[in-house]
Design a protein around this ligand. Structure first.
Ligand code: ATR
Length: 274
């Protein structure tokens, strides 16, 4: 009897995760025989749970909130992008070793550039938030050679620390939300966790004009607070991160199975207007 290769997503909480649906659709589309589980694991049980999954023959895991930074410390090897981000969202178990990668940045880029048709070269980009989500996307965004990249955060020191970390890679600056008065941004990305926590911070109204494309890394069946707010400010477009979710999953699937699924039909099958 051939056993089915096992994968899963580990988070806390994780019951809301769409990853099992996405990976099942990828498997159907590419004719791959895999099993993909939801694994709710509290932070204090994380290492034990990962090692047990590995020991019992599991092939790979997606890692989600709040474990991404912790798992980066557990892996035997990290890809360059995971190491730069200090965060892992994809683990592969190979010959007894744990290999960590991060597909969030490439997932965001593919959604922005391929699905949504944005030109990032020469663009003026603003990121709201300076936590784990931002750390995963700054490097890949800078590789697209924007004219400037500003990181604004409630706590200025966290934005400043990120600017220092990536200083050699491009034109970067750190701001407080209150200091964003000129509406000179082509793209505003919300990478705060405020909406997820049911909070609506006073987002910087001055940063949005009718030429600004707004993108929320968060997503929901209802519009997120940021996407509602951005629309109300008269942004050119306001989009939630469903496409990034599907694209980062496709990249994980490729790492595990060696085949990259088509993402457009999966986005459509999830009945989502991205
Ligand atoms: P994640 O991995 O989701 O990025 P994180 O590392 O805890 O989580 O970072 C959360 C980010 O959302 C931070 O930038 C945080 O701002 P602070 O650094 O000032 O804490 C931001 N954030 C969360 N709730 C917020 C709120 N109500 N208003 C403004 N920013 C908020």
């Amino acid at each position: 009897m051939t056993s089915v290769d096992r994968y899963g997503v580990m988070g806390y909480p994780v019951s809301h995760s769409r990853s099992p649906v996405i990976h099942r659709l990828f498997a159907l589309q590419t004719g791959q025989n895999i099993q993909y589980e939801l694994l709710q694991v509290a932070p204090e049980k994380l290492e034990t749970a990962i090692r047990q999954f590995q020991r019992t023959g599991g092939k790979g895991l997606n890692i989600t909130v709040p474990h991404k930074a912790e798992v980066a410390k557990l892996a035997d090897h990290l890809s360059e992008r995971a190491s730069t981000a200090g965060a892992v969202n994809t683990l592969s178990f190979k010959e007894g070793e744990i290999v960590g990668d991060n597909t969030d940045g490439i997932g965001l880029l593919r959604d922005l550039v391929v699905n949504l048709g944005l030109t990032l070269e020469g663009a003026r980009i603003l990121i709201l938030g300076a936590g784990g989500a931002t750390r995963g996307i700054v490097g890949p965004l800078l590789e697209m050679q924007p004219a400037s990249l500003c990181i604004a955060n409630r706590t200025l020191s966290r934005a400043e620390a990120l600017v220092e970390k990536f200083a050699d890679a491009g034109e970067l600056s750190a701001r407080r939300f209150d200091d964003l008065t000129e509406a000179s941004y082509d793209l505003v990305l919300n990478a705060t966790s405020a909406g997820v926590q049911g909070e609506t911070p006073p987002y910087p109204a001055g940063a949005i004009s009718d030429r600004t494309f707004c993108y929320d890394l968060s997503y929901g069946l209802k519009p997120t607070p940021f996407s509602v707010w951005a629309r109300a400010q008269g942004a050119a477009r306001s989009v939630m991160g469903w496409g990034m979710l599907v694209e980062q999953a496709a990249e994980s699937f490729r790492i595990w199975r060696g085949v990259r699924p088509e993402t457009a039909p999966v986005l459509r099958q999830m009945s989502i207007t991205a």
